[in-house]
Design a protein around this ligand. Structure first.
Ligand SMILES: NC(=O)c1ccc[n+]([C@@H]2O[C@H](COP(=O)([O-])OP(=O)(O)OC[C@H]3O[C@@H](n4cnc5c(N)ncnc54)[C@H](O)[C@@H]3O)[C@@H](O)[C@H]2O)c1
Length: 349
């Protein structure tokens, strides 16, 4: 005899290459007791600039929550070694399929073809893990931890955290004359156009999750009363701007312009992509303790820390990653730009 129906059975539809398998699973409500955790485990997450600094911390945190992470960055040697180390840790978590959960794809975020290849690789990683999971013991498991580690699967990209960027400074009117136009163009191309390039292609992938993610009203405790919004997001984008978008210093004209563009993209993107159930938020870090900054030396780091009202220290990459995770998890965060700066307001120089 069948066990009594749980509050909301989940229909998982999985398209295999040639055949279409419909798998109906009754998942005990206890296993779905953590709506936030459910947003991450078993999902495909892209992290650009994911081999260093803020991106590396983000790749590590999402992988530790059971996401299938694709790292898009330039340095293959560093990126592949980092992905291997994250895979070793991911292999030990409940619900692990035995396949790699993290991969590195050498990608220049400015290049549409390279980004398309990276997204196809992310979808492939997702499908392979999904197939292994559904064919494995976990597909019939009633163990709450194992099931909760694998909520409804999507075949396509679910999260995109854009961290790739660079931040050299130069005056518009320097000692050697006006700034080279190519200097300005390069920063805009990597920071702004690169972010937009990945965002547009990731959003196209996310929108396809709708096929596996039908709009249903659920018993989610977060959806009460007149809330008729669909249950699951199809995707979430988190972009990285900077407080320089608002308080750009002398020498930051190009950098601030690139980050201002990212900040200004947030609301129109969130408004447009709402139709696809994709949320968009932006983080503006203050001064973070990353390789980008540490190369200036301990004295500079100390001086920068002293300017931060509270906490009187630099932002830790892990703290940025936690904010990215929060923005991906929290269903009501959308169209928002968040400063993470310890109340720092940058002086003109
Ligand atoms: N560190 C800070 O204090 C700070 C403050 C505000 C904003 N940010 C922003 O945060 C983001 C991450 O900075 P970080 O401090 O971690 O720097 P980082 O140098 O440690 O990491 C940036 C990563 O982006 C990659 N990258 C650069 N150009 C790329 C390209 N064309 N294609 C793909 N990858 C590329 C680099 O290889 C590197 O791995 C940047 O967008 C930066 O502007 C940093």
């Amino acid at each position: 005899m069948l066990s009594p129906l749980p509050p909301f059975p989940i229909l998982l539809i999985y398209k295999k290459k040639k055949k279409r398998i419909k798998i109906k699973k009754r998942i005990m409500s206890a296993a779905l007791a953590t709506p936030l955790a459910r947003q991450i485990a078993g999902k495909s997450i892209l992290v650009t600039g994911g081999a260093s600094g803020l991106g590396a911390a983000t790749s590590a945190l999402f992988a530790s929550h059971g996401a299938h992470v694709t790292i898009l960055d330039l340095d293959a040697a560093v990126g592949e070694a980092f992905a291997r180390s994250l895979n070793d840790a991911a292999a030990a978590r409940p619900g692990a399929t035995g396949l790699p959960a993290v991969q590195f794809v050498k990608t220049d975020v400015r290049d549409p073809e390279q980004v398309a290849v990276a997204i196809a690789a992310a979808e492939e990683l997702q499908r392979a893990n999904q197939e292994a999971f559904l064919e494995g013991a976990h597909s019939t498991s009633t163990d709450a931890a194992a099931v909760a580690a694998h909520p409804p699967y999507y075949e396509h990209v679910f999260g995109c955290i854009n961290c790739a960027g660079l931040g050299p400074a130069a005056k518009v009117l320097g000692r050697k004359g006006p700034m080279e136009l190519s200097f300005f163009q390069n920063i805009i191309e990597v920071n702004l156009i690169g972010t937009f390039n990945v965002t547009r292609l990731a959003a196209a992938s996310m929108a396809q999750n709708a096929a596996q993610n039908p709009s249903v009203k659920s018993a989610d405790a977060y959806e009460v009363g007149a809330d008729t919004t669909p249950y699951f997001d199809n995707g979430v984008i988190v972009n990285t701007s900077s407080i320089a978008a608002f308080d750009g210093q002398i020498g930051q004209a190009a950098y601030s312009a690139s980050k201002g563009g990212i900040t200004s993209l947030t609301l129109p993107l969130a408004r447009e992509l709402a139709a696809h159930r994709i949320r968009v938020n932006t983080i503006c870090p203050g001064v973070a303790r990353t390789p980008l900054l540490e190369k200036f030396g301990a004295k500079v780091v100390e001086a920068l820390s002293a300017n931060v009202p509270y906490p009187r220290r630099l932002l830790e990459p892990r703290e940025y990653a936690e904010m990215a995770l929060f923005l991906v998890q929290h269903r009501y965060m959308n169209g928002e730009t968040i400063r993470m700066d310890g109340a720092l307001r940058m002086a003109p120089k």
